[in-house]
Design a protein around this ligand. Structure first.
Ligand SMILES: Nc1nc2c(c(=O)[nH]1)N[C@H]1C(S)=C(S)[C@@H](COP(=O)(O)OP(=O)(O)OC[C@H]3O[C@@H](n4cnc5c(=O)[nH]c(N)nc54)[C@H](O)[C@@H]3O)O[C@H]1N2
Ligand SMILES: Nc1nc2c(c(=O)[nH]1)N[C@H]1C(S)=C(S)[C@@H](COP(=O)(O)OP(=O)(O)OC[C@H]3O[C@@H](n4cnc5c(=O)[nH]c(N)nc54)[C@H](O)[C@@H]3O)O[C@H]1N2
Ligand code: SF4
Ligand SMILES: [Mo]
Length: 735
């Protein structure tokens, strides 16, 4: 390989699903600058502070340049990665022999995303040793999206185009900051401005005037946790006033009557009272959504609504609302998300029928939880480690994730991490999980590895309102060499290394799980002793059945929007599949919501405030917190409270407070936020150190996961606990 010294080259930032095209400058072998690439046809120069801090991340003094091994005295010392692989392979082999394959678990977090083969090869390793215990952060995020899609079915014509819509609705999501669902992630703030210019009417449901809600024509600012109530209420109005798309329903839908019966209790007056919103506003929003403009628009949901319980119902009602109003691309219209680096698909104006989304697969030993369409319930993994007996998990491999920062119930998570016989994490720094680990494998960072946009394209199969709004592709070779004297490895190479030592065939299945939407069969790549490709070769194989040949994508270093205009085809003549609005399980849950004693829940005098989540523009979960340029010297996550609530409670900005639930408590520092609804505390998650380090909240922040209980309020299908709308009490900490 030639040594890369000084240059400015186009590449892509892969820190979040947006996958922005950027320009990276290297001077004397060191990454010195990253900025938006004006010649990228999709992003047109856009980037965010996190992407622009890639040089500081690559050159961070906190970065691990060598893998680490825990010593008998509990301290960590460097270990050669080849040696670490020898030892880890040996230990895993012994655990599998003694306790069976289920004793080894894997958790893949958000930082697998930048490395296209990372999670898939990790998954192949788990299948090769015969362990079903493969978990991802998806089940502590928005697992309801896959549950609801299974119950409802998919529309093979795809989502409608934001950039042509007249109305749009966003529930519990703030894409202006997060580049997640709803507004296409290529400069979402600009896309929203363009939409406003076109006259688009935006409806946002969020208890906070978020950066997105600021731009809404209708901002519904309810009590948190009342999204199912509000969506059911809107559906009721739309059905009652006959505003739905009768022809679309007749042609493509079943279960309409069941849905109608189940939303009956959600009268406008009831919803308004229960969610504490103006009745007129609810009616106005429902009418606008159903009738606004010629093409109308869709509804998308996010993590805010997912964390407040009943996420499957929220996601299902959102799909039902889109379907009721016929908000899917029809025959003759342009397909919004054509593939480029994935295989071509034929979009058709017809349903892909609902399928079994839960109640199958590996059984967890706690809470009757099982595998499901969203994957294995991560909220149960700590229990699986702690619970003695047959099947107990003894080893955990974390890939680009940080359980101690991000898993629900931090106290139990720490107990579980302590109990493990073997904890391995692949991480760029001594994260709070790494501090507890037996081995920390130091990986190469993004711009030291080749990159491609296939993952950003694949994300659309996770739910609606995601993915590139065109056939876009970008490949980038590695931009910078690894630092001198470092000993780094790519995540997939680590699993390959273990596989070779254990004499395994790792069968890497590309677009695993999404192959039902592809016409080409999934690509199978067998990685073993005899076959170790370069990452570049692996990418080429991963793109073997791509619509645009990999070599052609490589010819466009600034990325390219390929000229793929695909019109959605007519429904097959013999097609009888329908979208399902009457799923029993989810509508039964809606009936339970209607019957629940909400007044009791709202009037919780012991815990009168509600803790809700929000995200930081400069960090992705726990990543970026250690970078000075991103944290600006503020090392904690404040507790945002409305100024009037502060006055009632007698707090001033900067005061130290204790936020407690029935189960646990964390310290925090007050900051005023007039954008919040009253009665709330909003905090960014994934801060704080270990459980016994609460006194360092000024320098490490506080971990909101401590206030989440995985075994009290949780979803029976996904295990997803109540991670938002948490009843809390706030009191002053006196010195
Ligand atoms: N209370 C509460 N809990 C939550 C949430 C919440 O809002 N509130 N949000 C939930 C959601 S949506 C999610 S997705 C999860 C996130 O859960 P996780 O993915 O487990 O958490 P992260 O903090 O994103 O962990 C990323 C880790 O990757 C490391 N890292 C950074 N760059 C690299 C790299 O290049 N390679 C490798 N190998 N590692 C790298 C970071 O140092 C960090 O330790 O948390 C969930 N938990
Ligand atoms: N800058 C940045 N970008 C990120 C991340 C990050 O940490 N930082 N994380 C990435 C990850 S892992 C994910 S999953 C996505 C998440 O992306 P989003 O889902 O957009 O996450 P948030 O920004 O927390 O937005 C959630 C919104 O829901 C609101 N909310 C809270 N509770 C409720 C409720 O009960 N009902 C309703 N309707 N709203 C509620 C909050 O006020 C907040 O504005 O972002 C990704 N992108
Ligand atoms: S929006 Fe996401 S992909 Fe784009 S620069 Fe920021 S972190 Fe990177
Ligand atoms: Mo997430």
């Amino acid at each position: 390989m030639s040594t890369i010294t000084s240059h400015t080259r186009p590449t892509l930032c892969r820190l979040c699903v947006a996958h922005c095209g950027v320009l990276a400058t290297v001077e004397e072998g060191r990454l010195v600058k990253v900025e938006g690439d004006p010649d990228n046809p999709m992003f047109k120069g856009y980037s965010c502070p996190k992407g622009r801090a890639l040089p500081e991340m690559h050159n961070s003094p906190h970065r691990l340049l060598r893998s680490q091994k825990k010593q008998p005295d509990g301290q960590h010392a460097p270990i050669a990665v080849e040696q670490a692989m020898d030892e880890v392979a040996d230990k895993i082999r012994r655990l599998v022999d003694e306790y069976g394959p289920r004793s080894v678990a894997m958790y893949v977090g958000t930082n697998a995303l930048p490395y296209p083969p990372s999670g898939g090869v990790g998954n192949a390793f788990m299948r090769a040793i015969g362990s079903p215990m493969f978990f991802t952060s998806n089940t502590i995020d928005q697992p309801g999206k896959q549950i609801a899609a299974a119950a409802h079915g998919h529309w093979l014509g795809g989502d409608i185009n934001f950039e042509q819509a007249d109305t749009w609705m966003l529930v519990g999501v703030n894409p202006v900051i997060t580049k997640s669902a709803g507004i296409p992630g290529q400069n979402p703030a600009q896309k929203l401005k363009d939409a406003e210019q076109r006259g688009m009417q935006l409806i946002v449901i969020d208890p906070r005037v978020s950066e997105t809600a600021k731009r809404a024509q209708i901002h519904i600012r309810p009590r948190p946790g009342e999204d199912p109530t509000i969506l059911a209420g809107m559906i009721r109005i739309i059905i009652d006033e006959l505003l739905y798309d009768k022809e679309f329903i007749r042609e493509n839908v079943e279960g309409f009557e069941a849905l109608k019966a189940h939303v009956a209790p959600f009268t406008p007056a009831y919803v308004a009272e229960r969610a504490d919103i103006p009745e007129e506003q609810l009616i106005e929003a429902a009418r606008l959504f159903a009738t606004g403009g010629k093409r109308g628009g869709a509804v998308n949901t996010g993590s805010g609504s997912s964390f407040s319980m009943h996420a499957n119902v929220v996601e299902y009602l959102a799909l039902c609302l889109n379907t009721l109003c016929g908000r899917w691309v029809r025959a003759g219209e342009a397909f919004t998300h054509p593939n480029a680096m994935l295989p071509a698909v034929t979009p058709k104006a017809q349903a892909y029928r609902s399928y079994r989304g839960w109640g199958y697969g590996e059984k967890l030993r706690v809470r009757n939880l099982r595998d499901a369409a969203c994957g294995m319930p991560t909220s149960a993994l700590a229990d699986e480690i702690l619970l003695e007996g047959e099947g107990q998990v003894k080893a955990l491999i974390c890939v680009g994730g940080n359980p101690m920062a991000a898993w629900p119930d931090q106290r139990k998570t720490q107990e579980a991490m302590e109990k493990l016989e073997l904890l391995i994490t692949l991480d760029i720094e001594m994260s709070s999980t790494a501090r507890m680990a037996d081995y920390i494998i130091a990986p190469k960072m993004t711009l030291e590895t080749p990159g491609m946009s296939q993952g950003g394209e694949m994300i659309k199969y996770f739910g609606t309102g995601l993915g590139f709004p065109a056939a876009y592709g970008q490949y980038s070779p590695r931009i910078v060499e690894t630092p001198e004297h470092s000993d780094l490895i790519e995540e997939w190479e680590f699993f390959h290394g273990l596989g070779c030592r254990m004499d395994l065939d790792l069968l890497f299945v590309v677009y695993y799980g999404f192959s039902k939407f592809m016409e080409a069969p999934p690509i199978l790549i067998n990685l073993n002793k005899d076959y170790k490709p370069t990452t570049e070769e692996l990418f080429e194989k991963m793109c073997e059945s791509a619509r645009i040949p990999f070599s052609e994508v490589c010819e466009h270093p600034h990325g390219k929007v390929f000229d793929v205009t695909q019109l959605v085809q007519e429904k097959d003549a013999d097609c009888e599949t329908k979208l399902q609005l009457g799923n029993n399980t989810l509508l039964d849950e809606l009936a339970e919501i209607a019957a629940s004693d909400y007044k009791k829940e709202h009037n919780n005098t012991a815990y009168p405030y509600r803790l809700i989540p929000r995200r930081h523009n400069n960090f992705i979960n726990s990543s970026g917190r250690s970078i000075d340029k991103l944290n600006g010297g503020k090392l904690y996550n404040p507790a945002f409270i409305h100024p009037d609530d502060m006055a009632t409670l007698g707090f001033r900005e900067g005061d130290s407070i204790r936020i407690s639930t029935q189960h646990d408590a964390i310290p925090a520092i007050v900051e005023a936020d007039a954008n919040l609804r009253r009665g709330l505390v909003a905090m960014v998650h994934a801060f704080g150190g270990l459980v016994d380090e609460d006194d360092q909240y000024l320098t490490q922040g506080s971990n909101t996961g401590r206030l989440v209980r995985a075994d009290v309020d949780y979803d029976p299908l996904t295990g997803m606990p109540r991670m938002g709308n948490i009843p809390v009490n706030i009191s002053a900490i006196t010195a």
